[in-house]
Every structure is written in C-alpha cells, then in structure tokens.
Design a protein around this ligand. Structure first.
Ligand code: PEP
Ligand code: MN
Length: 263
C-alpha cells in the first residue's frame, strides 16, 4: 500500500488545513519535551510569532535511562491541549504505548511514533485504527525497507495518513549522535507516495550543525523538517545539546523560506 506502484501521485497529508507533502516544506518546531506550563507557552508563543503552525513537544518520553526525565505525561498533555486551544497551533506529540494512545489521540493533531518504537507492531496496528495523521520515525538500526514495512502496518489497518521521518541511524561514527541518512529521502520519494520529512536535530545531535543538515535535507527533496528549539537549551531536561535557541532557529527559517513555501 505504501508503494508508488500502488499510487502514482504523492500523498498530501492535511493537518487541520496545513498540507504536508507536494511542493510545500512543512516546518515542525518545538522543544524535545514539555517541561512546564511556562516553558511550553514561552517557546510556543515565540515560534507562533515566527509563523510556525506545527508545534512539536513530547509529554511521554522514551529515554535510554530509566532515571532520566520521563516527561510530564498527563500534565504535559494538558499543557499541550491548552497551547492548542489558546494559540491555535497544531500539536505533534509522541505515543509510547497502546495504553496512552486514546488520551494522546485526543490532543495530538499528528501522533508521533518514535525511533525506538518503529517496530512496535501492536502500536503500529493501533495507530492504524486511529483517525489522525501519524509521524513515523525511522528506527535506530532500521533499513529504509524496514521503515516502509512499518508504515505498511499502519496503512494496512486503514490509516493512510502517514508521514515518514528520517532521523539518523547508528553507524560506526561516534563524533555525531547519529548519522543522518539523507539517502533515504530520494529513495523513499521514488519508491513510496508517502511524504518524508527530516529530523536534523536527532540526526546529528549537535546544535550548531543542525542548520547545514536542515538545508541539505531540503536540497535532497524532503517534504519537511522537524527541529528541536528551546528557550534555554543549557537547562533543557532532554536533548538540550541539539536544540536551537529561537534566535538560531529564526536564522534557519529565514533561509528555508527562500528555498520553498514553508507551511
Ligand atoms: C524526539 O523526537 O524527541 C525523539 C525521542 O526522537 P527519536 O524517536 O527519533 O529518537
Ligand atoms: Mn528529542
């Protein structure tokens, strides 16, 4: 179902009027995690002022260490619901398991499946039955074919609104957090009708290198970008080292709007 052979024209995903796919460049921005009501409102307002309509932020965080910040969970979702209502932004947030899916579906405009859950097949089947677009991130050691097969699980249950995301894979390189595999962009574009966006923040993991990789993703033909932005990266509870300040994000955004119609 995900293949170009099944459907020749590229799929455009409608997120409350925002069209992801085709010639648009969807820019999703926000902090890695919701940390407090004040934090999420501050950053969301600042991004909204820049014209950003799609806000990313995790309430349920899949962390490598069980002792690391796990997210504000229900409280975080409540804050996101409030941001959505008061600022009118669309919410992109992660679901970690099937138990919390009903709750997250109520708030999320796009349900994110994280890299660590790309092959959580029961979760894929569950989001396949939800009437909300899904952002499916490539697994840490997943091939492009694996990513497409995971998307197939979602489509096969009836949800055709899947956005793929290249977010870097594990390689022998340790200088960077991951190795952003931009090869995935033209490969997916040729073999699938689904849109593919790129996450240069997790892809390289070092904030001052996010901008060049974001530009490279656009050059490769990505349908969008998802970028971590934090008001005080040095104090962030997760992924501060790869987060842009609003000022640096704005300088990237100014470049992006020269390249494509940003939505
Ligand atoms: C995230 O987007 O903050 C995240 C946890 O990403 P990934 O699943 O790609 O590691
Ligand atoms: Mn993150």
């Amino acid at each position: 179902l995900v293949s170009r052979e099944m459907k020749r024209e590229s799929t455009i995903i409608d997120v409350g009027g925002i069209k992801i796919g085709n010639t648009n460049l969807a820019v999703i921005a926000g902090p890695c995690s919701v940390e407090s009501r004040e934090q999420i409102f501050d950053i969301a307002s600042e991004l909204k002022e820049m014209g950003i309509k799609l806000l990313r932020a995790g309430a349920y965080k899949p962390r490598t260490s069980p002792y690391a910040f796990q997210g504000l969970k229900e409280k975080g979702l409540e804050y996101l619901a409030e941001v959505k209502e008061k600022l009118g932004m669309k919410i992109v947030t992660e679901v970690k398991d099937t138990e919390t899916l009903p709750l997250i579906s109520k708030v999320a405009d796009v349900i994110q499946i994280g890299a660590r859950n790309m092959q959580n097949f029961s979760l894929l089947e569950a989001v396949g039955k939800v009437d909300k677009p899904v952002l499916l991130k490539r697994g840490l050691a997943a091939t492009i074919e694996d990513l497409l097969m995971s998307a197939e699980y979602i489509l096969s249950k009836g949800n055709y609104n899947v956005i793929l995301c290249e977010r870097g894979i594990r390689t022998f390189e340790t200088y960077t957090r991951n190795t952003l595999d931009l090869n995935a962009v033209p490969v997916v574009k040729k073999n699938s009708h689904l849109p593919i966006i790129v996450d240069p923040s997790h892809g390289i993991g070092i904030w001052d290198k996010v901008k060049p990789m974001a530009m490279a993703a656009v050059a490769a033909g990505a349908d969008g970008l998802i970028i971590e932005v934090h008001n005080h990266p040095e104090k962030a509870l997760s992924d501060g080292y790869q987060s842009l300040t609003p000022k640096h994000f704005k300088s990237l955004l100014d470049k992006l709007v020269e390249l494509a119609p940003v939505v």
